[in-house]
Write a protein that binds this ligand. Structure first.
Ligand code: G1P
Ligand code: ZN
Length: 565
C-alpha cells in the first residue's frame, strides 16, 4: 500500500529582533537555537521567504555543515521546511557534512539556487559552543548585503512558518529519496551526496595531481603534516592528500570530525593549532597546515614551524601563480585583498601590472568581482586564501597551491618566502585580537578614535619614538565603493596610513559573539639587511602609537591581547 502524502502545515510564530546575519551568517550560542522557541524555524523561513516563489518552486538547494553539535538536528528541520516551501530538490552532504568550499562547488555543480550552510566556522563547538547558519546564493558564495538585509527584514515581522513535520530523511545513505507531499504535483526529492568526491574532482582540474603525487610520494618526497582540527575537512585531507596523492597516514591528524572539535577552538592560528605547531617543531616535517572547522581557512608552516603570515601567503601565490595549471589556462584577471590585509600583495600586483582591489573584510566582496570576471586570486589576513574556481575561500586549495609552488621551484617553504622578500621587500605584519571585551567600551573607543583621526589637523601629525618619526599621510573610516554595482559599504575599519606606507588599523569583529577588537599593523621594509627581524620587535613602535592613540588598554583594562598573529 502506498504511503499517504505528507502534510504541509503552517504554524504561527513570533519574530525575534536579533536575526540580522553578520559577516559569516547568523551565529549564536547553541542554547539560543535550542531553547528559544522557533529561533531556527524563523530564520530558515525568512531565508526561504526571501527567495521569490517562482525561483523557489521546483528549485535545488544545497545543505551541509561543519559537523558541529546541533548540525543534524538543524538539517532535519531545514529538510522539513524546504519541502513545505516548494523547494524541489535538496542536495545534502552525507551525514550532513560538507566543507564550505565543497558547498560552493556543489552549488554550482547542481545548478542550485543557493545553499544553507550550518557552520560557525572557527568558533568553538559543542553544547556550550556556537552554532551558525549561513545562506549562499547561486554563484556559490555568501549572500550579498541586499539579500541578508531582506532575510533580516522578513525575520522581524514573520508570522508563520511552513513545515512537513512528518518528513524524515536518512542522511547516511548516498542516493535519492523521494517524498510525496499533499497538494504537490511533483515529489520532493533529497539527494545525499559525497561532497568529497565532487570537491576532489574540481581540484583535479585545478592542479597537476601527477606532479603533486611525485612531491608527496615520489623518490625525493617531502614530509607533510596536516591538521584538520576535528573539523569537517578531515575526510577531504584523507582522501585527497593521503589516498590519492600518496602521503602516509601520519601526515593527517585530527581528521575525524567531532561535534565539539575535541574541546578546542577550531581556528588555524598560532594560538589554537597547538597539535600541529608541536609536531612541526620536531623538524620531522617539511610542510605543515591547519584548517578551521568548515575548511575554508588555512595556516601554512614550513619546517620547524616557520610561519607564513596569511598576508604573505597570498602574495607568494600571486608571484608564483603560473605554477598552477588552472591559472596557466585561465590567465590572471586581477588580485584582491581585504583592507586590513598587508600590502604584500600590492607589491606583486605593481610588479606584474595586474589590477589590485582592496575590499572590506569578508569574502562576499571578492565574489562579486569574480562573477564580473575581474578577479582571479585573493586573500585575507585572517587565514583566508582563494581563487575564482569557487566563491568561498578554500583551505585545501591553498595547501595544494603551496605544494605546487614547492614542486615547481624545488625549494622549501622558507626558501620560497625568503626569495619573495628579497624580490619584493617585506611587509612586517601583526594582528592583535582583544577578545570578549565590553561591547559598549569597544564601540565608544572606536567612535572617539574616529573623531581624533578624522580631524583635519591629524593629517601631517608626526609621532616620534626613539629615532623614528611616523608622519600621518591619511586617516579615515574605510568605505568601499563596489566597482561592479557602485554600492557603498561604510564603516569598515579605522585606518591611519603613514608616509612610507606603514598602517595602523582598528576594526571591530563582525563574526564573534562577544565583542572583539582587532588591531592590525603593517609596515613595509625593502632593505635586504632588515628582512629577518622579529615582527613584534619591528612593529613595537607602531603598536605603541596605536595603543596610545586609542587608549585601548586604559579603556578595556587589557594590557595584552588574547591572540597575536
Ligand atoms: C573574521 C575575519 C574576516 C573573515 C571572517 C569570516 O571576521 O576577520 O576576515 O572574512 O572572519 O571568516 P571578523 O570577526 O573580524 O568580522
Ligand atoms: Zn571558516
Amino acid at each position: 500500500m502506498e504511503d499517504s502524502p505528507l502534510q504541509v502545515l503552517h504554524f504561527p510564530t513570533t519574530p525575534y529582533p536579533d536575526q540580522r546575519p553578520g559577516t559569516g551568517g547568523l551565529r549564536r550560542k547553541v542554547f539560543v537555537f535550542k531553547s528559544k522557541i522557533n529561533y531556527l524555524h524563523n530564520f530558515v523561513q525568512s531565508v526561504f521567504s526571501s527567495i521569490d516563489l517562482r525561483d523557489r518552486q521546483g528549485s535545488t538547494v544545497v545543505v551541509g555543515g561543519d559537523g558541529r553539535y546541533f548540525n543534524t538536528t538543524a538539517i532535519q528541520v531545514i529538510v522539513q521546511m524546504a519541502a513545505a516551501n516548494g523547494v524541489g530538490r535538496l542536495v545534502i552532504g552525507q551525514n550532513g557534512f560538507m566543507s564550505t568550499p565543497a558547498a560552493s562547488c556543489v552549488i554550482k555543480k547542481f545548478k542550485a539556487i543557493g545553499g544553507i550552510l550550518l557552520t560557525a566556522s572557527h568558533n568553538p563547538g559543542g553544547p556550550d559552543g556556537d552554532f551558525g547558519i549561513k545562506f549562499n546564493t547561486a554563484n556559490g558564495g555568501p549572500a550579498p548585503e541586499d539579500v541578508t538585509e531582506k532575510i533580516f527584514q522578513i525575520s522581524r515581522s514573520i508570522e508563520e512558518y511552513a513545515i512537513c513535520p512528518e518528513l524524515r530523511v536518512d542522511l547516511a545513505t548516498i542516493g535519492r529519496q523521494s517524498f510525496d507531499l499533499e497538494n504537490k504535483f511533483k515529489p520532493f526529492t533529497v539527494e545525499i551526496v559525497d561532497p568529497v568526491e565532487s570537491y576532489a574532482n574540481m581540484l583535479r582540474n585545478v592542479f597537476d595531481f601527477a606532479a603533486l603525487k611525485e612531491l608527496l610520494s615520489g623518490e625525493n618526497h617531502i614530509r607533510i603534516r596536516l591538521d584538520a582540527m576535528h573539523g569537517v575537512v578531515g575526510p577531504y585531507v584523507k582522501k585527497i592528500l593521503c589516498e590519492e596523492l600518496g602521503s602516509p597516514a601520519n601526515s593527517a591528524i585530527n581528521c575525524i570530525p567531532q561535534e565539539d572539535f575535541g574541546g578546542q577552538c577550531p581556528d588555524p592560528n598560532l594560538t589554537y593549532a597547538t597539535d600541529l605547531i608541536e609536531s612541526m617543531k620536531s623538524g620531522r616535517y617539511d610542510f605543515g597546515a591547519a584548517f578551521d572547522a568548515d575548511g575554508d581557512r588555512n595556516m601554512i608552516l614550513g619546517k620547524h614551524g616557520f610561519f607564513i603570515n596569511p598576508s604573505d601567503s597570498v602574495a607568494v601565490i600571486a608571484a608564483n601563480v603560473f605554477c598552477i595549471p588552472y591559472f596557466q589556462h585561465m590567465g590572471v584577471r586581477g588580485f584582491a585583498r581585504t583592507m586590513p590585509t598587508s600590502g604584500a600583495l600590492d607589491n606583486v600586483a605593481k610588479a606584474t601590472k595586474i589590477q589590485l582591489y582592496e575590499t572590506p573584510s569578508g569574502w562576499k566582496f571578492f565574489g562579486k568581482l569574480m562573477d564580473a570576471g575581474r578577479l582571479s586570486l585573493c586573500g585575507e589576513e585572517s587565514f583566508g586564501t582563494g581563487a575564482d574556481h569557487i566563491r568561498e575561500k578554500d583551505g585545501l586549495w591553498a595547501v595544494l597551491t603551496w605544494l605546487s609552488i614547492l614542486a615547481n621551484k624545488k625549494q622549501s617553504v622558507e626558501q620560497v618566502m625568503i626569495h619573495h622578500w628579497k624580490t619584493y621587500g617585506r611587509n612586517y605584519y601583526t594582528r592583535y585580537d582583544y577578545e570578549h571585551v565590553d561591547i559598549d567600551t569597544a564601540v565608544e573607543m572606536m567612535l572617539d578614535l574616529e573623531v581624533i583621526i578624522t580631524e583635519k589637523a591629524f593629517t601631517g601629525q608626526k609621532f616620534t619614538i626613539g629615532d623614528k618619526t611616523y608622519e600621518v599621510e591619511k586617516a579615515d573610516n574605510f568605505e568601499y565603493s563596489d566597482p561592479i554595482d557602485g554600492s557603498i559599504t561604510k564603516n569598515q575599519g579605522l585606518r591611519i596610513i603613514f608616509k612610507g606606507g606603514s598602517r595602523i588599523i582598528f576594526r571591530l569583529s563582525g563574526t564573534t559573539l562577544s565583542a572583539t577588537i582587532h588591531l592590525y599593523v603593517d609596515s613595509y621594509e625593502k632593505d635586504v639587511n632588515n628582512l629577518f627581524l622579529d615582527p613584534q620587535v619591528k612593529l613595537a613602535e607602531l603598536v605603541n602609537i596605536a595603543l596610545k592613540l586609542s587608549q585601548l588598554c586604559e579603556r578595556t583594562g587589557r594590557n595584552t591581547p588574547t591572540v597575536v598573529t
